[in-house]
Design a protein around this ligand. Structure first.
Ligand code: C2E
Ligand code: MG
Ligand code: MG
Length: 710
């Protein structure tokens, strides 16, 4: 054992916790009692042996004294009979004699003296012969035989006082007992010191180590084993310590892996591996905290939010695998197109947020937007060998120009993004403070629209649809009007459905509004039919309405209620309706078709229409979007599109109607291209129901009527 471990042991041994240990005290008591009992047994045996020895001494001494006494001398010489003579009393002077009896060899008692109670010769006889010493209380009886007296014919039984001797022994024993206890204590202590040093100290060290380890298993505050681990306990302690350390390592490893995982889940988007909105905001906050550089100048940075146009359509029609691959691809392209100092995050389903510090080389936030737009749109995304052309809308805001609060900067970029989406997508919009006002106005409009519905400010105007070959009025499109009262001369203004329908769609208010339109349109149509004008009424059904309410049930209900022939009702849906949930759309259109109502696709050519779908849908009519008609005379492309739509419609056995026909030239062009029906200002603007009735009564059923009017 080296000195360090020795002194370590010593210091640990005297550390108070050893003496507080239960096991120490149990061991101490057990050792002490064992030693005490052992010593008592030993002392008892010794005491007994001592008395035997003492008695033998006495016998020897008495024999000696008797033999050397004058009386004996005379007796030997035979000159006297000791018991006749007063000399016999000489025995009384022998040491400690309390009494005696003399017998002749026939055991006839000759004489006696003093305390002789029970000092009978018979007591000395035993089956084996006789014994010479009998211990009594406070005395010892000894027998001197004829043999001892050189064959003189006497037996002498002496009683000797041994109280003094006993007293002496008792004192000695008491002294010894004290010594014994002291000895036991001492031995206990010594044994304990050894056991303590070899067993207790390591065991208590082990127990202390385990206690500390259990208190904090992942960071156990355990000391090194201060001794040489050269015995079983030492090896056990060292093994336990290494297990504890391994365990702590394992816990820490698992914990930190779990923490990493949690951190990843909480702050990163699992699909793209990009930071999520929370982390993005934290990074913005960090940038804002360090916004002032060493020269005291403010570091500016741009925040851009990017939304993929019509991504939902791709996801719904092509499946989530493709959608996910595109989202990952977009993330990668964004990250690679931007400088290392940029932070790219995915903040929503198809939304990304980017922040780029504005340094000398990047001074214009909009330019960054353009770079992003190009990197997304210039090359299609290739997934499973298919190319997907993706476009995006981008909102831009700058710190600290547009807001000093980082969260507000992001909000402002979002506001700009919404504006970009409203402005027809595939665009970049920079935040301007007016946007806020625009948002406020939208809220105000939504509130007003709710009141409008209740206060009957909504009405329908009707615009005729004519057969291009016969000139007959075949239908009328019901167009919603909102008469909003104000302080102006007229007492109010008409608000365009283009302004309020999108708001109604976003808020779900389109459902009750749509119900109102359908019911009123059918009621009005009924009045025409009653007057003999068999005119079909066309009602616009928005995508939101289509998916948020039961259009089939409503249609049935209204048809029953108003009693018009189902074929005199046409529902116009835009192409966007097909994108949301194809199966549901087909099912609903089938049901409507079964009821017998006509179905038209409105604004055809502007959206994403798949030919294969077109064939599956039970449609009766395509409505060419008015933008193509408007430009058809000047723009070859628009003319070509118009022609294609007409022949496409015919190849699918559908009627084709052109809207937005304003000029005679439009009419002539459409006639040449074999278009079936027309609708537009050239014939009649959308007008209130009574004026529409007047038109019906006045019109002669010949398109020349409008030439004359013009
Ligand atoms: P839409 O269904 O394509 O309706 C045709 C729009 O073109 C109408 O605009 C109509 O007034 C306008 N128009 C008709 N002829 C001409 C023309 O010769 N030249 C020009 N420049 N415009 C012409 P309006 O009434 O402002 O409606 C705009 C859009 O609002 C409609 O487009 C339709 O999508 C929607 N909308 C109107 N009423 C309703 C409705 O009751 N429900 C729903 N969901 N949407 C409606
Ligand atoms: Mg329409
Ligand atoms: Mg239209």
């Amino acid at each position: 054992m080296n000195t360090q471990s020795k002194s370590g042991r010593k210091s640990l041994l005297f550390k108070s916790y050893i003496w507080k240990s239960k096991i120490t005290w149990r061991l101490a008591v057990a050792t002490f009692l064992t030693l005490l009992v052992m010593q008592l047994v030993f002392i008892g045996a010794y005491f007994f042996k001592l008395e035997v020895h003492y008695n033998q001494q006495i016998l020897k001494m008495v024999k000696n004294e008797v033999m050397t006494s004058a009386v004996m001398d005379n007796m030997i010489k035979g000159s006297i009979n000791p018991f006749d003579m007063k000399d016999g009393d000489a025995f009384k002077r022998l040491a400690n004699v309390k009494g005696y009896r003399a017998y002749d060899i026939t055991f006839e008692k000759l004489d006696e003296y003093g305390d002789v109670n029970g000092l009978n010769i018979d007591r000395f006889t035993t089956p084996e012969g006789y014994k010479q010493i009998i211990s009594g209380k406070g005395h010892v009886d000894v027998l001197i035989t004829a043999q001892d007296l050189n064959d003189l014919p006497f037996f002498l039984a002496f009683r000797l006082d041994n109280t003094e001797w006993h007293q002496g022994r008792l004192e000695e024993t008491t002294q010894n007992a004290g010594l014994l206890i002291g000895l036991s204590l001492g031995s206990t202590l010594v044994i304990l010191l050894f056991i303590g040093s070899w067993l207790l100290v390591p065991t208590l060290f082990l127990s202390e180590t385990l206690r500390k380890a259990s208190l904090s298993p992942e960071k156990p505050d355990i000391e090194d084993y201060p001794f040489k681990a050269d015995d079983e306990i030492g090896t056990a302690v060292v093994t336990v310590q290494s297990l504890i350390r391994q365990n702590a390592d394992n816990i820490n490893r698992i914990k930190s892996a779990a923490q990493d995982q949690i951190h990843k889940l909480a702050y990163y988007d699992t699909l793209t591996g990009l930071p999520n909105r929370i982390l993005f905001l934290q990074k913005l906050a960090e940038l804002a905290r360090n916004a002032i550089n060493e020269d005291g100048q403010i570091k500016r940075w741009a925040v851009l939010t990017v939304d993929l146009d019509h991504f939902k359509d791709v996801n719904d029609t092509m499946g989530h695998n493709i959608g996910d691959a595109i989202l990952r691809g977009v993330g990668k392209r964004l990250a690679s197109a931007l400088p290392d100092t940029a932070i790219v995050a995915r903040t929503g389903e198809d939304e990304y947020a980017i922040t780029v510090p504005m340094v000398t080389s990047i001074t214009n936030a909009k330019e960054i937007g353009e770079r992003i737009q190009n990197v997304i749109r210039n090359e299609p995304f290739k997934v499973f060998n298919e190319n997907f052309q993706i476009r995006c809308s981008i909102g831009v805001a700058t710190y600290p120009d547009d807001a000093s609060d980082p969260e507000q900067v992001l909000k402002n970029a979002d506001i700009a993004l919404n504006r970009a989406k409203e402005d027809g997508r595939d665009t970049i919009r920079e935040y301007v403070e007016d946007f806020d006002r625009a948002v406020q106005l939208r809220f105000q409009m939504l509130r007003d629209l709710r009141d409008a519905l209740e206060e009957e400010q909504l009405t329908l105007h009707f615009q005729p649809q004519l057969d291009l070959r016969t000139g007959a009025v075949i239908g009328a499109e019901a167009l919603l009007r909102w008469w909003r009262p104000d302080d102006s001369e007229n007492g109010g203004t008409y608000i365009s459905p283009g302004l309020f329908v999108p708001i109604a769609e976003q808020s779900g208010l389109i459902v009750p509004i749509g119900e109102f339109v359908l019911r009123n349109a059918c009621r009005t149509a009924k009045t025409w039919h009653d007057k003999g004008h068999n005119v079909r009424v066309a009602v616009n059904v928005s995508g939101a309405q289509f998916h948020q309410s039961n259009v089939v049930a409503l249609t049935k209900e209204v048809l029953e209620e108003t009693g018009i022939d189902p074929k005199n009702l046409e529902l116009e849906v835009t192409e966007s309706v097909f994108m949301d949930d194809v199966e549901f759309t087909i099912e609903t259109l089938m049901k409507l078709n079964q009821i017998g109502v006509e179905l038209a696709i409105d604004d055809f050519g502007t959206g994403y229409s798949s030919l294969s779908y077109l064939r599956q849908f039970p449609i009766d009519r395509l409505k060419i979007d008015q933008s193509f008609i408007r430009n058809a005379l000047q723009d070859e492309d628009d003319a070509a599109i118009t022609k294609t739509i007409i022949s496409l419609g015919h190849s699918l056995n559908l009627k084709v109607i052109a809207e937005g026909v304003e000029e005679l030239e439009h009419e002539e062009f459409l006639l040449r291209e074999n278009c079936d029906e027309v609708q537009g200002y050239r014939y009649c603007r959308p007008v209130p129901a009574d004026q529409f009735m007047e038109f019906l009564e006045a019109y002669n059923g010949n398109l020349d009527y409008f030439k004359k009017q013009a």
